[in-house]
Ligand binder design. Structure first.
Ligand code: UDX
Length: 445
């Protein structure tokens, strides 16, 4: 099918590229000329594992095109996917200005029957609003459907080809059949539902995952007070199939372009519809506090932050991405600066350039060892696998004092203490390793 995707961010670019890879003729549209120029050369403006190879392959197969002009490509489109950003506004509401702008432009230039797809995360009722905007200028047949994305940054390509489910919300069976045809090659449960339910599935899923993270972080904070070890507690909890072991990693809390904004938006949507979503307010508060608690740990470990030199490993909001949106690492930097830290040195495998657009007066490095040398403490703020495999024996010799604050529980506490580090994690105490033992005693696990 001839498909147009508007927006070449983390969602739009992966969606458009992968749709061309399953055989559709796709044109990705973006207003940013420099992005389009880069994409036409086969290069990706975002860091996403494996995406450039798929871009190049499908440009070569003449199935994938890039343009700044929606007007030019609309006449031959059968499906137009809206994948533009929906950032939070100051009250936490989803800002739909970019979605509305695309809807207006579609209405201006549409001359035939088409399916318009809301892939951006939007409040319940947005599809109806988008259809209204289009129909103000176009009185032909058009249906706006909801097809929320569940892509995780860093694994978005894999998530596209092996999703847990594809959710499609439509008003008519005809539109559902067309959407099922678009995704036919992707073998997974297809949820055909109403538009409102599809829009709610997205918000509810992200809000639940964020709730799981804040829950395990509160359990970790209690573990520290009662002498339990969160790694063993999370392991024991996760074996219950009703709980599941995923998203039970305690740490600095969630960041990124989705969880924070979607949780705020859902709380806001509930409020404007006369419902006080109390649980979600707690999820947000806990997530904010995790950053503050980490700075308190740094302060305690140093005997005061003022005048000290801090090394930070990780600036991205999570591993395998260059995205720093609402990154916990970038939240703690101003807190340290406010507390009078003498200097902050930082290293991230991919996100340094983006981080420097947000924070100032930090020293960044391309080599983690050089970055750590001479510092009073090293703080792990992002769960890059690379940090687990650093030569920590060498690091100990480079530091003024061997103190590590592991904000992502990435390192083995006992190993670090045996090396002579003062190790502080999140909810870590001297677990007896029984969890690892039970793993061994149940090899099939
Ligand atoms: C999320 C959803 O997973 C995805 O389905 C949706 O489409 C977009 O939002 P993403 O934000 O890319 O994806 O990353 P994710 O892997 O979900 O992690 C989100 C945040 O939670 C990160 O800051 C991560 O560090 C944190 N996290 C994740 C935890 O703190 N603990 C965990 O156990 C898992």
């Amino acid at each position: 099918m001839n498909i147009t995707v508007v927006g070449t961010g983390y969602v739009g670019l992966v969606t458009g590229t992968c749709l061309s890879d399953i055989g559709h003729n796709v044109t990705c549209v973006d207003v940013d000329e420099s992005k389009i120029k880069m994409l036409r050369s086969g290069k990706s403006p975002i860091y996403e594992e494996g995406i450039e190879a798929i871009i190049e392959k499908n440009i070569h197969a003449e199935r994938l095109h890039f343009t700044t002009s929606l007007k030019d490509v609309l006449p031959k489109s059968e499906v137009v996917i809206i994948a533009v950003g929906t950032p939070s506004d100051k009250e936490g509401k989803a800002d739909l200005q970019y979605v509305k702008a695309v809807a207006t432009e579609i209405g201006q230039h549409l001359d035939h029957e088409i399916i318009v797809v809301d892939k951006s995360t939007v409040p319940v009722g947005t599809a109806q609003m988008v259809e209204g905007i289009i129909k103000k200028q176009y009185n032909g047949s058009v249906e706006v459907v909801s097809c929320p994305e569940f892509l995780r940054e860093g694994t978005a390509v894999a998530d596209f080809f092996q999703p847990d489910r594809i959710v499609v919300g439509t008003r008519t069976k005809k539109a559902a059949d067309i959407m099922n045809n678009v995704f036919e090659p992707i073998k997974c449960p297809k949820v055909n539902t109403t538009v409102e339910s599809a829009e709610m599935i997205k918000y509810a899923s992200n809000a639940f995952l964020a709730t799981k993270i804040s829950f395990i972080n509160e359990i970790a904070n209690i573990c520290e007070r009662v002498g339990a070890d969160i790694e063993e507690v999370a392991y024991g909890m996760g074996l219950d199939s009703r709980i599941g072991k995923k998203f039970l990693r305690a740490g600095l809390g969630y960041g990124g372009s989705c969880f924070p904004k979607d949780v705020r938006a859902l709380s806001q949507i509930a409020g404007t519809n006369g419902y006080d979503f109390q649980l979600l307010k707690g999820v947000i508060a806990v997530n904010n506090d995790q950053r503050k608690f980490l700075v308190q740990k740094i302060d305690k470990a140093l005997g005061g932050i003022h005048g000290k030199k801090v090394a930070i490993l990780g600036l991205a909001f999570k591993d395998n991405t260059d995205d720093v949106r609402e990154s916990a690492a970038l939240d703690i930097i101003p807190m340290l600066q406010k507390a009078g830290v003498e200097s902050i040195d930082a290293y991230d495998p991919e996100a340094t350039e983006n981080a420097l657009k947000v924070v100032s007066s930090i020293n960044t490095y391309t080599d983690p060892y050089a970055m750590i040398e001479g510092n009073d403490i090293v703080v792990i703020a992002t769960e890059w696998r690379e940090f687990k495999n650093l030569d920590w024996k060498k690091i100990k010799s480079l530091m003024k004092q061997p103190i590590v604050i592991d904000g992502r529980n990435l390192l083995d506490k006992k190993y670090m203490e045996d090396l002579g580090f003062t190790y502080t994690g999140i909810g870590r105490t001297n677990g007896k390793g029984s969890a690892s033992l039970s793993k061994k005693s149940n090899p099939k696990k």
